[in-house]
Design a protein around this ligand. Structure first.
Ligand code: ZN
Length: 141
């Protein structure tokens, strides 16, 4: 496999979460997409800090992509096809493409990471795709 160092990995420093307001997507303050910065080719990733007491001003759905929302911190409510459910730190949600979705923060800021990828596109997962190497990191004996 031939890759240059810059193509082999990239690190985007969007944080800290307390300063996520530096980022903006359209009218959404505190949101940033990572695809361009990271050169992602198989998924899109976004980070979003929704201030306490505020929420998305619209619902949306997708044509092909499922979304996984990881609640990094805080708490709030997700609207999913007419049902509303409480979420909090550590929750992970998977949402099918056509589901109408939106969220709001509760009494604390709601910090989310959203990963979207084409539904049905995963051909293998960690145990089939990952493998151990003989190489060592500095902290390995
Ligand atoms: Zn979406």
């Amino acid at each position: 496999m031939e890759t240059s160092t810059t193509q082999a990995y990239r690190i985007a420093k969007f944080g800290p979460w307390s300063e996520m307001d530096r980022h903006r997507v359209g009218t959404l303050q505190g949101k940033v997409f990572a695809r361009e910065a990271l050169g992602l080719t198989g998924c899109e990733v976004s980070l979003h800090r929704m201030p306490a007491g505020t929420g998305m001003p619209f619902l949306h759905a997708h044509r092909q992509n499922e979304e996984v929302y990881l609640v990094v911190s805080g708490e709030g409510t997700f609207h999913l096809d007419g049902e509303e459910t409480a979420v909090s730190e550590g929750d992970v949600l998977r949402v099918s493409p056509p589901v109408a979705r939106g969220f709001r923060a509760g009494r604390q800021d709601l910090c989310l990471v959203c990963i979207q990828a084409k539904e049905g596109s995963l051909e293998q997962a960690t145990r089939d795709d990952g493998f151990l190497l003989d190489a060592k990191a500095s902290w390995m004996a």
